[in-house]
Design a protein around this ligand. Structure first.
Ligand code: ADP
Ligand code: MG
Length: 406
């Protein structure tokens, strides 16, 4: 795969798919990490004298909604503030083009000088973007002489800007490449997919909300890992499948058979919580009873909201033996202080490995949690793509937005 550092782009118009899908509130950027992360690739292209056309999606626009609602969603997800922040980060002007096609865009592209940058309006203003509409892909491909993919968080989607455009450019013999961010993600996640013996024991830690969301990744990890530690809400479906009394804990009854199959297939390699921190689901925050019980004794009317201290120890003991670790999904409701300990204890166990193992965290909420608790520097790699990192593991290293670059 061609990488951006090896690309010859002087004087070429380069269509660069970045991930500027940042949290915005009333036009104010609340976390500019994703913009910062795209800067090295953009600077490299500027240095090489490319004419840089940046494109990204932002938020969701439901084109099936009533026209006023669509207009409202467009206003809310206007990319204009991102151009301002990017221009500060680059210390160079970034021209913002408020449309996604037509004369204004064409003129802006035509007037770019070598090393200059423009940002096009949100790709999702176009109804065809998420449908990978060939007509739209053609319009965008006509603007460019080359393509760079640096939006790892969108690489699992075959949309116009991630798939249709590079497909056309490639068929015309034009260069397509990945940026620095995508290059790093591929290298790190591939190590978790194609496991070498020196990386064993390989331990996966899974948590978060839904078994049904993560079925495919559980299956793939069972094939690759030596042990899987399961916490979070997801653990209760497995515990119930074992016949444990789970009270009001979140169980997906339609996944019990799947959980039983996994447990049988794992032959003891899936490790479940032994205790849990419970709360009364119906009481308001200030009167919530917080108590630790065995996973077999969750009282009626209560639900498990974090893993308990015995489980912390059990999981930490397993993690201490790891040579490689992949973690997705928090161990509890980490958004509330009473239920953070389990997630923090996984962070501490990773920190205690002291760089002697290769450790990866993927998943939107998981990455946010380790950052919030101040452990992001203790991991070898924190993926910028939640869904994309899981799909990469599920699909044995393949993602549409990456495969098309080969
Ligand atoms: P990620 O985004 O890292 O893939 P998920 O989206 O699957 O993770 O899950 C994150 C959510 O799971 C968090 O909002 C957290 O509060 C919730 N969660 C974790 N454990 C529990 C639990 N025991 N009960 C209810 N919610 C839980
Ligand atoms: Mg999530």
């Amino acid at each position: 795969m061609l990488t951006v550092d090896k690309m010859q782009v002087k004087g070429l118009r380069v269509f660069v798919r970045v991930d500027f899908n940042v949290p915005l509130k009333g036009g104010v950027i609340r976390d500019d990490n994703r913009i910062v992360a795209a800067v090295p690739t953009i600077k490299e292209l500027m240095k090489k004298g490319a004419r840089v056309i940046l494109v990204s999606h932002l938020g969701k626009i439901k084109h099936k909604d009533a026209p006023e609602l669509v207009e409202e969603a467009k206003k809310k997800n206007d990319l204009a503030p991102i151009a301002v922040r990017l221009s500060e980060l680059l210390a160079k002007p970034v021209k913002f083009v408020p449309v996604t096609r037509g004369e204004e865009l064409e003129k802006a592209v035509a007037s770019l000088a070598d090393g200059e940058v423009l940002l096009m309006q949100n790709t999702r203003y176009e109804v065809g973007e998420e449908k990978n509409d060939p007509e739209l892909s053609e319009i965008w491909a006509n603007l460019a002489d080359a393509y760079v993919m640096d939006a790892f968080g969108s690489a699992h989607r075959a949309h116009s800007s991630t798939y249709g455009v590079p497909e056309i450019l490639k068929s015309e013999g034009k260069p397509v490449a990945c940026g620095f961010l995508v290059e790093k993600e591929i290298a790190n996640l591939n190590r978790c997919v194609h496991v070498s013996e020196k990386d064993r024991p390989y331990i996966a830690v899974l948590g978060g909300l839904k078994v049904s969301d993560k079925i495919k990744v559980i299956g793939a990890l069972l094939d690759k890992c030596d042990k899987i530690l399961i916490g979070g809400a997801m653990a209760f479906t497995f515990l119930k499948a074992q016949g444990k009394k789970t009270g009001l804990s979140p169980v997906e009854d339609d996944q019990l058979d799947f959980a039983r199959d996994c447990l049988a297939k794992a032959k003891g390699r899936i490790i479940l919580p032994v205790d849990t921190v419970i709360g009364d689901a119906f009481l308001p925050e200030e009167r919530k009873t917080v108590q630790v019980v065995s996973v077999n004794e969750v009282p009626d009317g209560f639900e498990g909201l974090d893993i308990g201290p015995e489980t912390d120890k059990l999981f930490a003991g397993q993690i201490s033996k790891a040579k490689m670790l992949f973690w997705n999904g928090p161990m509890g409701v980490f958004e509330q202080s009473e239920f953070q300990k389990g997630t923090i204890s996984i962070c501490k166990a990773v920190k205690a490995l002291d760089g002697k193992a290769f450790t990866v965290c993927g998943g939107g909420d998981s990455a946010a949690a380790i950052k919030q608790f101040g452990y992001d520097k203790d991991f070898s790699h924190v993926s910028t793509g939640g869904g994309a990192s899981l799909e990469m593991i599920e699909n044995d290293g393949h993602l549409p937005g990456i495969d098309i670059l080969n």
